[in-house]
Design a protein around this ligand. Structure first.
Ligand code: NAI
Length: 295
């Protein structure tokens, strides 16, 4: 198994909001990055946004022009899981759905080299269950970045029931190589951050749904009243309302307490395709026509 400094090739699966930022970080840290997505359009968008983001850093003097262009060149878009066979570390950032992720881990287990570490960026799904889909559960780990990965300073590492000390140490040092601080969570629903954050977001939806206040006043209340940089409803839009709903469902079923039951308004927004900033419309509108769903 590769140590952190030996991790030279990183596979990133899912080139959406999270995967594109993770690919950027790994490339900027000197790794060869293989970026895979089921949707070719997502790959094109990711390459454009990574290039723009790195060039902005270069323009601000935070990265040399040469380092910027070298990082962009280190990212190769690929179209099949087989293309990841030489990766030392694979970080999965696909849709938050346990069955789909498990299927991917089964495939990864078959095609990657036996020493490869398989990591998931999941927001809430059990690492132990993903690991049990493979024949290398000691090499499966949660590596949860925050949105947007290049800016946010934290990685939450989740140890599955069988994750080895060596794999934990390698992923911890690799996270530090990416310039991040690390926290470690045991494998329980929502881990640390979402266990605490998602009930707050859900409560903000209940407050909106039951007419306690307007969305603006709920967000301003939490920003100015509790010194949060962003209100919970706006944060939900940035995370993605579909991701918030999936995490709440995992908390609800995993912890068995009705306090985690998703607010009907959140469910309705997701049903209506109002997924947040990534779709131009969520609780707030980001330059698109608003739908008929009324808060
Ligand atoms: P996204 O919807 O922006 O991107 C997901 C990408 O995965 C899409 O481009 C989609 O085409 C691709 N995809 C879906 N199934 C695939 C498959 N089987 N094979 C290859 N590509 C596939 O989602 P986002 O927000 O980037 O989230 C991805 C993961 O990261 C989820 O597990 C989510 O829970 C987690 N996460 C999200 C955070 C957030 O703030 N959005 C924060 C931390 C973790």
């Amino acid at each position: 198994m590769a140590t952190a400094s030996e991790i030279a090739a990183v596979g990133v699966i899912g080139a959406g909001q999270m995967g594109s930022g993770i690919a950027q970080l790994a490339a900027a840290a000197g790794c060869a990055v293989l970026l895979l997505d089921a949707d070719p359009a997502a790959l094109s968008r990711a390459v454009a946004s990574i290039s723009a983001s790195l060039r902005r850093l270069a323009a601000k003097g935070q990265l040399s022009q040469a380092a910027c262009e070298d990082s962009i060149k280190r990212i190769r878009c690929v179209s099949t899981v087989q293309d990841l066979r030489d990766a030392d570390l694979v970080i999965e950032a696909i849709v938050e759905n346990e069955d789909v992720k498990k299927k991917l881990f089964v495939e990864l287990d078959k095609i990657t080299k036996s020493s490869a570490i398989l990591a998931s960026n999941t927001s809430s799904i059990s690492i132990t269950r993903l690991a049990s889909a493979t024949k290398r559960p000691s090499q499966v780990i949660g590596m949860r970045f925050f949105n947007p990965p290049p800016i946010m300073k934290l990685i939450e590492i989740i140890r599955g029931a069988d994750t080895s000390d060596e794999v934990f140490a390698a992923v911890k040092s690799f996270s530090e190589r990416l310039g991040k601080s690390v926290i470690c969570s045991q494998d329980y629903p929502g881990f640390i951050v979402n266990r605490i954050l998602m009930p707050m977001i859900n409560e903000a939806f209940w407050a909106l749904y039951t007419g306690v206040a307007t969305k603006e006043d709920i967000d301003t209340g939490m920003k100015l009243g509790t010194n949060h940089p962003m209100g919970p409803l706006q944060l939900a839009d940035f995370i993605g309302l579909d991701v918030c709903l999936s995490v709440l469902r995992v908390l609800h079923s995993g912890l068995g307490d009705n306090k985690y039951s998703p607010c009907p308004l959140l469910v309705q927004y997701v049903d209506a395709g109002r997924l947040g900033k990534k779709r131009g419309l969520g609780v707030y509108s980001y330059g698109q026509k608003s739908s008929s769903v009324k808060p």
